[in-house]
Ligand binder design. Structure first.
Ligand SMILES: NC(=O)c1ccc[n+]([C@@H]2O[C@H](COP(=O)([O-])OP(=O)(O)OC[C@H]3O[C@@H](n4cnc5c(N)ncnc54)[C@H](OP(=O)(O)O)[C@@H]3O)[C@@H](O)[C@H]2O)c1
Length: 340
């Protein structure tokens, strides 16, 4: 058990769910602390029967903290993680800043739990669109070796934090009232629209979000040879990312075999009955921790292709649940005498 645990970014969209999960999953902790920016310092947040005062993120705050579960913007993570590690605190970081650093493990507990043992103070949690995709890929990769993936994402506005959540609701109200609205998280209206850009422009016409899906997937699966073609799109859905995924495997998998592999994997729920209109949708996956898979079929365009539809709550498995599972893994490995 960790004596003092901090939720850094406790006032954010992911931080809110981390707080909920620590309570619901009875995470063992002596003293729980909430940390955010100067803007929120001094405000009070209820946790069980206590009111916890939010502290400001400063170099000194980590003095007695053993574990920090952090969800702040990249710039804040880049600055504070060295303070925390120097104070002897382990950080589970949701931001994108540390994910691809060679000495930082990038962990999805269902996929590469052993990687946590390599940490040197920081453990990164992947990008939300990557996490659900690698959970889905893992059983197929183990059984038939994935060579190539074509993925299109349909990403919810909560993926852009509290400001993204508000933009969809307030922007939609304004659009219906034929009023103007100044979007904060998005550079185009998201109400009644789709935006085929998430993140900044990078090389060869791809965006930073799309390249995260390529590089993070290879790092987590430990296979640099997997070819990945991603297109990331923001959609007017409040919560849950959806992905249309086509994988090409070395050995042919039938749809029935793929369905069985998914169904046998902890963390995956199969909802797949097209005739009955049963498949995962944001409306039936929001607030749940699993990765949901449906529309499983053999691809019409390539002999070893399996196509499927994958939905997961980006604030949960895409962020908070994955981070709390990593924390639970650390507690379990600690108890088993492994490196903390
Ligand atoms: N949303 C998702 O689905 C998702 C999924 C995976 C990963 N992530 C990553 O998780 C991180 C947080 O995302 P979010 O969606 O929760 O964003 P958010 O709703 O905007 O929350 C950001 C949090 O960080 C705090 N913060 C901002 N700047 C800070 C600073 N300079 N010093 C200290 N604290 C600061 C904020 O505190 P104040 O309230 O005081 O401003 C708030 O608690 C991001 O790196 C994001 O990429 C998000």
């Amino acid at each position: 058990m960790f004596d003092q645990v901090a939720v850094v970014g406790a006032t954010g969209a992911v931080g809110r769910i981390i707080r909920e999960l620590l309570d619901q999953r009875n995470f063992p902790v002596g003293r729980l602390r909430f940390i955010a920016s100067k803007r929120s310092a001094g405000s009070k947040i209820k946790f069980r029967d206590q009111e916890i005062t939010v502290e400001e993120l400063t170099p000194d705050v980590f003095k007695d903290i053993d574990l920090a579960i952090a969800s702040t913007p990249d710039e804040a993570a880049a600055e504070f993680c060295p303070w925390a590690v120097a104070a002897g605190c382990i950080v589970i970081d949701e931001s994108g800043y540390h994910r691809m650093l060679p000495d930082v493990p990038l962990v999805v507990p269902e996929v590469n739990p052993e990687a946590v043992d390599q940490h040197k103070g920081i453990i990164a949690s992947p990008n939300c669109s990557t996490t659900q995709m690698v959970v889905a890929m893992k059983p197929l990769h183990d059984a038939a070796r994935i060579r190539r993936v074509v993925v299109s994402t349909y990403q919810a506005t909560s993926g852009a934090g509290v400001a993204g959540e508000a933009d969809l609701i307030d922007g939609s109200r304004a659009a219906l009232a034929e009023e103007s609205y100044a979007y904060k998280a998005f550079k185009h209206p998201i109400a009644f629209n789709l935006i085929p850009q998430i993140g900044s422009p990078k090389q060869d016409g791809y965006t930073s979000e799309e390249l995260k899906m390529v590089h993070e997937t290879r790092k987590i699966l430990g296979d640099e040879s997997i070819l990945i073609s991603p297109t990331c799109v923001r959609v007017p859905v409040t919560n849950c990312h959806s992905e249309s995924i086509l994988v090409e495997t070395e050995r042919k998998l039938s749809a029935a075999e793929a369905r069985e592999l998914f169904a046998a994997t902890p963390g995956i729920t199969v909802v797949d009955d097209l005739g009955a209109g049963a498949y995962p949708m944001p409306s039936n996956c929001s607030g749940k921790d699993d990765v949901f898979i449906g529309r499983i079929r053999e691809d019409l365009s390539c002999p070893n292709g399996i196509a499927f539809w994958c939905v997961s709550d980006n604030l949960r498995k895409g962020a908070a649940t994955n981070a709390v599972q990593i924390a639970e893994l650390l507690v379990a490995r600690n108890a088993a005498g492994c490196k903390a």
